[in-house]
Design a binder for this molecule. Structure first.
Ligand code: BES
Ligand code: ZN
Ligand code: ZN
Length: 503
């Protein structure tokens, strides 16, 4: 589906538009189908109108022609033979108002596409706001995503257009920019390992940098070795596909005192290495580069939005394989900051590549570092598949991230970073080892990273291992990459650029 959104094309008032269309066409016809949003559970009308009346109307209508239980969209005939849709915004429990609207926009678009309806007219909302309209349009944008490049037979797609039945200006550009980022991140995450190696990802980053005027530095094995980035190098050694670190810098003319770095885990495939993963579901590890895809998409969106703040994105790219030259359990390498690391488990590889990214960010003189990574199965067990794990050494940064997430429909839960658990990371031979004998896996992983963060830097670690990829319907994603975290990063950059942050 292609998505479109616009204001009504002519300036005549709503009433006259409506009646002329009523006469002009019969059933679905060519013109827009009218939509009312309501919350069935709360018995609340979302668009103008009274909930009681709407519910009564649906109940009494003898002409309820179609009800899609899955999409909660009801089509009702009325005295003018004019189709009206009723969409229940409150179908999914536990979401906030804006996410309810995103879901409604999404289900409506799916329904419209299935029924080859092109244009939907949405009457003014109660307590109307730009944010609410954007949420509905975001649902439409989410519904239009598809990853069918590997299907020989593609589904025929309909263009769906939403019209708001008044003349409030809607600037579709920023929405388009955001979704070009979301769709890019999803495309990268959904690509299989054979199609997206570190080198290919670096090339994609290069062309994005060129297009958006970003500075870029790509380090392959030789440069990683020269600069002492041994974490990425060590993890990538087991694969013929060379590892890489990509640093992208966005330097706007207008800037402020903040300088953000986003560091992304980019394991283009995680077999576990010599500590091989079980084969069941291993294929999902093609998405172990979600963090890198998200930071790349985030800097692209931020550059397109021309936010007045300096931002760097660092992609830590490697393929974790049990090849001939692969790292072995017990191997020790020296990180760039001089600490020696013993690799007890080759499947705990994400933290090994991230410490290089954190070091690179530090060398760029940033004020804040946010890393994002599909780091641990443990965070999935702790928080499930709807909530991301957040760790931070700064209350202000943590709260700003949580707030940014809440505004964009991404839930974060702040986890403890209790030094007590760091004891287990001490090694008998090297300075530190990459796992502990027991203990809370997600926290231990975060504490490992913290060992490589300078104390005066504000740092947050986002563990998205539970939320980055879905195998069942999850909100506005049916299957595959969710790009969870991208909106949070963009929103956070906006807040820092406007100095609207928590301290
Ligand atoms: N990429 C995985 C984490 C993961 C698990 C992501 C499930 C998405 C879904 C990571 O590299 C890993 O294997 N972590 C190990 C760490 C363990 C060996 C300490 C894990 O979580 O099992
Ligand atoms: Zn792993
Ligand atoms: Zn991994």
């Amino acid at each position: 589906m292609k998505k479109k959104y616009s204001n009504p094309k002519n300036d005549s008032d709503e009433e006259s538009q409506t009646s002329s269309k009523r006469q002009a066409r019969g059933w679905w016809g060519e013109g827009p189908v009218f939509v009312f949003l309501y919350d069935k559970r709360k018995k609340e009308a979302i668009t103008n109108g009274e909930a009681e009346e709407i519910l009564q109307f649906i109940k009494e209508s003898e002409h309820t022609l179609y009800e899609s239980e899955a999409l909660r969209v009801i089509r009702v005939d009325n005295e003018y033979s004019h189709p009206v849709l009723f969409v229940d915004t409150g179908k999914e429990p536990g979401l906030d108002t804006l996410d309810h609207l995103r879901m409604a926009g999404y289900r409506l678009a799916k329904w419209a596409e299935n029924n080859a309806i092109k244009t939907l007219m949405i009457p003014p909302l109660k307590d109307d706001s730009e944010a609410k309209r954007y949420a509905i349009l975001q649902g439409l944008c989410y519904a239009s995503y598809t990853f069918d490049k590997y299907k020989s037979k593609k589904n025929k797609r309909t263009d769906v257009e939403y019209l708001f039945a008044d003349n409030m200006e809607i600037d579709g550009n920023s929405l388009q920019t955001l979704f070009s980022g979301i769709d890019l991140a999803k495309d990268l995450i959904n690509e299989p390992g054979n199609a997206l190696t570190p080198a290919i990802m670096a090339n994609i980053a290069q062309s994005i940098a060129q297009k958006h005027g970003l500075d870029i530095k790509i380090r392959k094995s030789k440069e990683l070795e020269k600069d002492g980035y041994n974490g990425i190098l060590t993890v990538g050694r087991g694969s013929k596909n060379e590892p890489a670190m990509v640093t992208l810098c966005y330097r706007p003319k207008q800037k402020n005192i903040y300088h953000l770095a986003f560091v992304g885990k980019g394991i283009t495939f995680d077999t576990g290495g010599i500590c091989l993963k079980p084969s069941d579901k291993m294929y999902e590890m093609k998405s172990d580069m979600s963090g890198a895809a998200i930071v790349l998409a985030a800097i692209k969106v931020i550059a397109e939005l021309k936010l007045p703040i300096e931002v760097d994105a660092i992609l830590c790219l490697a393929e974790n394989r049990p090849g001939e030259n692969a790292m072995l359990p017990g191997d020790i390498f020296k990180a760039k900051n001089g600490k020696t690391v013993m690799i007890e488990n080759t499947d705990a590889e994400g933290r090994l590549v991230l410490i290089d990214g954190i070091e690179e960010a530090t060398s760029l003189g940033v004020t804040h570092i946010i890393d994002i990574a599909t780091l641990t199965g443990a965070i999935r067990r702790a928080l499930g598949t709807s909530i991301g794990g957040l760790f931070s050494n700064s209350d202000g940064l943590a709260e700003t991230l949580i707030e940014s997430g809440a505004e964009s429909g991404e839930k974060w839960w702040r986890m403890p970073l209790d030094e007590e658990y760091a004891e287990g990371l001490k090694d008998k031979v090297a300075d530190i080892r990459n796992i502990t004998d027991d203990g809370p896996g997600a926290i231990v992983a975060a504490l490992f990273l913290k060992e490589f963060v300078k104390e005066d830097l504000q740092w947050a670690h986002l563990d998205i291992a539970g939320v980055d990829f879905t195998t069942k319907n999850y909100k506005y994603t049916e299957y595959g990459a969710t790009a969870f975290g991208l909106k949070t990063l963009v929103e956070t950059a906006k807040k820092y650029s406007m100095d609207e942050i928590r301290s």
